[in-house]
Ligand binder design. Sequence first.
Ligand code: SF4
Length: 247
Amino acid sequence: MPGHRDDYGWVHSWDLSLGVDGPGARFVLFTAGCPLRCLYCENPDTWTPRGGRLTALADVLKQVGHYRSALRTAGGGVTVTGGEPLDQPVFVARFLRACRELDLHTALDTSGYLGHRASDEMLADTGLVLLDLKSFDPATYRRVTGREVGPTLRFAERLAELGRPVRIRFVLVPGLTDDPANVEGVARFAAGLPNVEQVDVLAYHRLGVAKYAALNLPYPLPDTPEPGEADLRRARERFAGHGLNVT
Ligand code: SF4
């Protein structure tokens, strides 16, 4: 392999999105590799590094370059998601720094579980952290992700200390994350962080079913329905009740 190994990362794909992965139009980089196994994950094809391809940073930046002026005109930027971007902190830090040097807004979508791997410099290059707080109750978090909630909570508190802008994302899954005490816990925790600009309550959906079938994996939530509008409204009201800006 030519070049330094930190100039390469495991990349699943890239795409363009509008209004869902940060402000405006986004160039979205999907990295491969994730230590969590969320029961509702819709991207099981990004779980292992080899679900992606070892890709040169220069090649990714070339793609970003094609869209740079359009992204800037549309008030957008770039978002790194996964998988878990912090599984490859050096590669992702270099990507974010390079995008900042291109004068593009940067966002990092992460579960926060590997937050200790993000340097302060990397976070200074991150215009917005999309923090996926999958649950507050420790037992529920463990059931949902297979991991502990502590590292994510500590990362959230560190982001608050650093004053980095954060948008919390919470997926409402009937029978799994929708217990009122769990939602209340997420809401109370988010409300205690002065740097949280917004909370996105997202509906669980079953679009990932076909991917599991294609990978010969059993779908972990075969009987779980998508939440109804009333369920979503109730959850959003709970966040709004704590003075949070919620969508
Ligand atoms: S953190 Fe994201 S990519 Fe990883 S298992 Fe959970 S939903 Fe899937």
